[in-house]
Structure formats: structure tokens, C-alpha cells
Design a protein around this ligand. Sequence first.
Ligand code: FES
Ligand SMILES: [Fe+2]
Length: 345
Amino acid sequence: MLKNFWYGIEVSSAVKDRPVSVVLMGERIVLYRDSQGRIHALGDRCVHRGAALSAGWVEGNCIRCPYHGWTFDSRGECVDIPANPRGLPIPKRGRVTTYPVREKYGFVWLFWGDIAPAVAPPIPDFPQFMDPQLRCVYGQYTWQANFTRVMENTIDCSHTMFMHRKSLGNADDAIIPDYDMRIGEWEAEAVLPISIKRLVGLWRWISRKDAKTERVYRVCLPNITFIGLKFDHFYLDTFVISIPVSPTVTVSKWALMRNFLKFPFVDEQTRKVGVRLLSEDERAVKTQDPLVCPFLNNSTDLLQASDGTVIAYRRLLKKCHDLGWWQEASVPAPLDTPSNLTLTP
Ligand code: FES
Ligand SMILES: [Fe+2]
């Protein structure tokens, strides 16, 4: 994974009055809200004897460990050890790591790195979240796949006709016309036409044969991908944060925004379509070899012009690697178990 970036790690509404645990590449982190509703992020390991603080509870501006009641404030300092006689000072090592956190776009963002967050790349602008015409639905999906491969999949323009041939792909029209990439300092974007044959779910409502269509793919380091679909004046935008949990597990959380059919019953259908599409993708993404996309040296892949978004993403990864911002996962993980080991004769 990359360091020195803000990572979208949770949906804001998931952090209520109880602590929530998240894992970022094997690192356990607890999120909680204090009495003023401000969010805090601490290492999710009590310094006493290692219990998860996320199994405890919030008291005022502090979080209390459930095991022996040690209590930590939002700066990570231990402020109470109930079993110690009153007046005994708290040991110097009585503190846990804290992480800068903030909320934006209905998500919680955590800064992971060793430079000052103020000089790090900012959370990019997504004006869609300010548009009162868009109805926003949140959803999530857990992949048994590597984070970099998931990121690539969600901006891949040429797989729809194959991985999604049963849902929305048009296998008769697989050609991807040349397209331009807009490359920013920490992001890239491509705009293409849409070709869809089978219509499921929402598509049935909004797409007509002669509609003027456009799809936008945008990737922003470290973990945002965005797919914007336009059918005439209908918009369907998907903003995704993909969280590297381990080398082989990634959680994607999304906000799906639409400016049509804004009834609550459509929300559930929207969520189902999202999960279905990602589970179709996962069948291929979890088998990709090597595990991490080969962004330093593409010699194991044979990239084509249609892979332009993927090429741009890999260039951005390489740029960060050259800055010393790439962190190897400490645990190498195997690929998915081959099916010939699990099939019974
Ligand atoms: S392990 Fe947390 S108080 Fe003992
Ligand atoms: Fe897909």
C-alpha cells in the first residue's frame, strides 16, 4: 500500500455511539466519536495486555478497554487505571498510537504516513457530493483479492463485455475506441462512450437506444475510484473507496448517486446491482497473477491501448514508489486456492 495519503476507511454513519474497528493492511484501528460527535482514531490494542479497545466503550471524550477498564483519551494517553491505588502516576508507556482523521463526503478519512498531513496530497474534490439533485446510497463488498487489482478493476473499461456479459455487457461491441487520459498530480481520468446490450435493474429505467451516453473513469490515489455514467440527462455516479485489509482481502465501500427514480425502494435494488457486479468481477480479479499489479515492470503483462486507465494508475503508483511512499505488506499471501485441490472426484 501507499503511505502519506488520506485513506477513506469507513462510512461516517457507521460510527455512532459505539467504537468501530477497521483494519488497514493488517493494522487494527479503532474509530469512536466523543461527546461532541468528533471522530477519533487510535491503535486498536490496549497497552495493558493487548485487548481490542474496539470491544470496549466510549465515556465522554475517552474510550475504555473492556478487560480491566484502562481508559484512553483522544490523544491516546491513558488517563485511568482502575486497579491502581489513587494518586499512583500513569506509566509513561501508557499510551496508544493515534491517527489524524476527518470526515468528508459521508466517509471517514484516516491519514497514514510519516509526513505532516498538511503537506500531503489532499482528499480530492468530488463536487457530486454537493449536488442536491443526487440521491446517495451507500453499500459495500468484501473481495478476496489484492487492493491494487481491485483498484484496477473498478476503472477497467474493457472487461464489462465479458465479466458482466450476463448482466450488462455487450459482447458484440467490445472495441474500445482510443480515448484521452487527463493525468493530474495524484489522479487520472478517462471519458468514453457506453455500449450496453442487456438491461437490468436501473438500466431498464434510464437507457434508450438513442440516448447520448458517456462514462467517466477516475482514479485518485491512494484508494478512490469513480465511475460516472450519463444517459442523456440521467446520471449514475459511483464513488468507491477500496480498503486494503490484507494482501488478499480488500473491502470496497461505495456511495452510489443518481438523479432519477429517487424512491427508497430503488435504493435496495441499487445496492444489489452493485454487489452483483463486484461479485462478477471478483471471479477474475482474485485469480490475477502476480498478486500485486506489476507497476514497476510490466513485463508479466501485455497492456494495450484499451488498458489506458490501468497504465495511468500504474504510473501513479510508480511515481509514489520513486518518492519512497510504497510500503510492502509484511505477510506474503498465496493466491486463491486452485480449484483442482478442492474439487472432489
Ligand atoms: S487489556 Fe486493556 S485494560 Fe487490560
Ligand atoms: Fe466490473
